[in-house]
Design a protein. Sequence first.
Length: 199
Amino acid sequence: MTIWFATGNEHKRRELAAILSGHSVKIPSDAGIAFDPDETGSAFLENAFIKAHTLFELVREPVIADDSGLCVDVLGGKPGVYSARYGAVGATGGKLTSSERNALLLKEIGAATGRTARFVCAMALVLSKERFFAVQETLEGEIVNEERGARGTGGFGYDPIFFLPEQGRTMAELSEQEKNSISHRAKAARAIGKMLETL
């Protein structure tokens, strides 16, 4: 089955294709489609469905879309759906860089002792306008303190400040294979894969 993934990220496409082996996973750029819908939802699942339904209207074939981010308990769940565009304008005049966002988050948490957080991934599968499925998964952890600081060079985004107590490492210190075996996105993709097996 050909499945479209509503992303421009080639790394995410490879990750999904590895999990959905046996299916051909395409992204909009494969067909020359400029794809950048407004993510106006107030929840991860809403944004996943916005992307999935928007691309489905263009390709009329099965579509998977995801929306993910970091939720920090002491900040009331922020940055949440605004994870990729969290904070003020950066030094270059555009949105903050990953390191700037991480520094801002650590500053806002300050010396708080309750530093629990989770990565969240909502994933939607749209088979037709009226037939669709969804799953939401998490990866639990905590935010490093400023003394420990960001660690690791792998991953991206908030990975260097997201500590996994069971691993004793930050997300950015894991190998790509280790990350893909436990990540919120991989868990959601495996659940979608099981749904596809029953169709």
